[in-house]
Design a binder for this molecule. Sequence first.
Ligand SMILES: C[C@@](CO)(OP(=O)(O)O)[C@H](O)COP(=O)(O)OP(=O)(O)OC[C@H]1O[C@@H](n2ccc(N)nc2=O)[C@H](O)[C@@H]1O
Ligand SMILES: Nc1ncnc2c1ncn2[C@@H]1O[C@H](COP(=O)(O)OP(=O)(O)O)[C@@H](O)[C@H]1O
Length: 320
Amino acid sequence: MKNPHGRFSARTVRVKAPGKVNVSLNVGPLRPDGYHSVASVYLAVSLYEEVAATSTETGGITVSISPNSTLDLDGVDIPLDGRNLAYKAAAIMADVSEQATGVHLEITKRVPVAGGMGGGSADAAATLLACDALWNSGLSREELAHLAAELGADVPFSLLGGTAVGLGVGDELSPALAKAQMDWVLVCAGYGLSTPEVFRTLDRLRDAEGLEVPDPVEVDPKILQALRSGDPEALSRVLINDLQRASIDLAPQLRDTIGLGESNGALAGIVSGSGPTIALLAHNTGSAEALAEELRHLGHDALAVHGPVPGARIISDTLL
Ligand SMILES: C[C@@](CO)(OP(=O)(O)O)[C@H](O)COP(=O)(O)OP(=O)(O)OC[C@H]1O[C@@H](n2ccc(N)nc2=O)[C@H](O)[C@@H]1O
Ligand SMILES: Nc1ncnc2c1ncn2[C@@H]1O[C@H](COP(=O)(O)OP(=O)(O)O)[C@@H](O)[C@H]1O
């Protein structure tokens, strides 16, 4: 953007986007495109990534990680080049924006990396929205969701937020009703699991059993009833994640973490997405905070969160 003196003036748009927990995740067969058909109920939770997109005069896309990130990123591999999901999001927005400039993306990481909570997807969703504002692209939410689906199966949900059923590869979303806030404790592992490897492990375990894989996959209506009624006890009885056995096959200690949470008052525990983050459902906010405190006392990285929360949104827009 040019100021009244014809000089370039930079602008920063800051967007926050939530991580997610899969309250249910049913996995169908492997499709010819390398993806699995899924039926999932997504819940956006109060752990947010932030992306600050600043226009630059030099052109090109650069990415950095903010020192305000709350994660311990020592030894964690986050590519800062064209493999970064935020970079990819800015690149596809630049392709469709007449007023695209160069852009620097500063990412504040709070969602565990390769944790099964869609942190990279949240960065991509936040970047789509930030670049749309920065470059006055004027895309509708629907058009942004379409671009989001090109970036990854989980990206459209981080744009939408709330509670939603995801079909297809998880990108065909329909909002679901949730009457009340649900309280959870996230237990973060100090390592990541690769999503494709977890899916491959599930296929291997299923092949060895020789049982038929459900096709098409469907969401259990009891999940939606429990969310509609806002009853955490009812929800705790129907949580399901088909990937959980594969994540536990790769990281057997996850079973103990779920057991520890349940023996310390959680209603139920589940692996979030492909893991290794464990999501423990609590009775209410007070019991979630007490459980997180107890697990931290026992040496775990535990955090109380709630959901549903809204999807990606702009938090500031500043001319520098
Ligand atoms: C498992 C889930 C559950 O919400 O989340 P995470 O645990 O990654 O957060 C998602 O399905 C992950 O979504 P996302 O992380 O966006 O996946 P993508 O980047 O699109 O795909 C990475 C790889 O995962 C596998 N994949 C992903 C989605 C899907 N429905 N079937 C698959 O088989 C494919 O091998 C694909 O190449
Ligand atoms: N912006 C990003 N943040 C984190 N990881 C990213 C990002 N862009 C690309 N990646 C790569 O994607 C992998 C999975 O990322 P992430 O979204 O954190 O996990 P998950 O798919 O389990 O939710 C990481 O291991 C990393 O190599």
